[in-house]
Design a protein around this ligand. Sequence first.
Ligand SMILES: NC(=O)c1ccc[n+]([C@@H]2O[C@H](COP(=O)([O-])OP(=O)(O)OC[C@H]3O[C@@H](n4cnc5c(N)ncnc54)[C@H](OP(=O)(O)O)[C@@H]3O)[C@@H](O)[C@H]2O)c1
Length: 318
Amino acid sequence: MGRPECLPRFFFSVASFFSYDQLCEWADVASTLTPPARLAVIGDPIGHSKSPQMHNPALQACGLEAQYVRVQVPVGQVKEAFGQFQKNGFLGVNITIPHKFEALEAVDFLDPLARQLGAVNTLAIRDGKLHGFNTDGPGFLRSVKEAFGAEVKDLRLLILGAGGGAGRAVAVQSVLAGCQHLLLANRTESKLAPLVQELASLGSAQVQTCSLAPADLAQQLAKVDLIVNATSVGMKAEDAPLLPAGCLEARHFVYDMVYRASGPTELIQAAEAAGAGHADGMCLLLHQGAISFEHWVPGHTAPLEAMRAGLAAANAGV
Ligand SMILES: NC(=O)c1ccc[n+]([C@@H]2O[C@H](COP(=O)([O-])OP(=O)(O)OC[C@H]3O[C@@H](n4cnc5c(N)ncnc54)[C@H](OP(=O)(O)O)[C@@H]3O)[C@@H](O)[C@H]2O)c1
């Protein structure tokens, strides 16, 4: 693709991203960017990411002459891409699907929490060194507090898709935060055994597993407070519902990590119908993003309301 159109002050066209080849020629490609690009998100694909619409208002609110861009990086090129960002004066990078595991091996210093959660979603470049963090886990805790007014440590948690990267991170982070009751479910049930073992090594939480079979889930839902969907089910409008109809109660909190631009997922619709509290993937995007921002710009508290307004505008297609 050609060079993204640069609008007078902030922001490219919403659909724009740079290619890996362009990153490798950054001095030429970015010479006319005003303000200069100092932050980025990498993934493959990446054109859909709403992170620029969240972070650019944050940079502006803090009076920082910098902008946040998308770069599409192919699998296997994460370390090389990090080298380019470092060489070109970037402060940091967000890492999304499918690069969060590759990024673990591509940093100079790995934060202990990122090691425990098994994924890096935030790179901070300090004094020429690459520091890897995970802000998805802490962002999950903050977003539960904001959405439901509750602490994970006080809730009985059901994680659907605990065998995937996001589900595993939620499980480990929740046990580290003091959660005492976890119920784990995954389509491929064999993926749960190593996680159960790992959680046992972290604390005294009671960890049990169940299947995704409707009858099993209907029975187990009576025993939990917070239900987290960490599967990719719901991303497509035609996806079959994960939970059996009519089994949610008003006392439940439902957290769907999926966000669907075309409207609420079936799970969120079911929560609404039951009068249950609910939050979707935008809530996590906001809070993990705020923590990333504070890694990149030490001394600044992330301007949460500017970031929230940026995301709301992006979702409204503004
Ligand atoms: N909002 C955010 O900021 C944010 C951050 C991270 C992730 N997420 C979302 O979380 C979801 C998972 O991401 P991930 O990185 O963990 O992906 P992943 O590692 O590929 O894991 C995918 C999970 O979904 C399960 N799954 C896939 N199709 C299924 C189906 N038809 N029925 C039941 N389970 C199914 C998989 O089960 P198997 O193990 O059996 O394959 C696995 O547990 C994605 O939708 C992603 O967008 C959102």
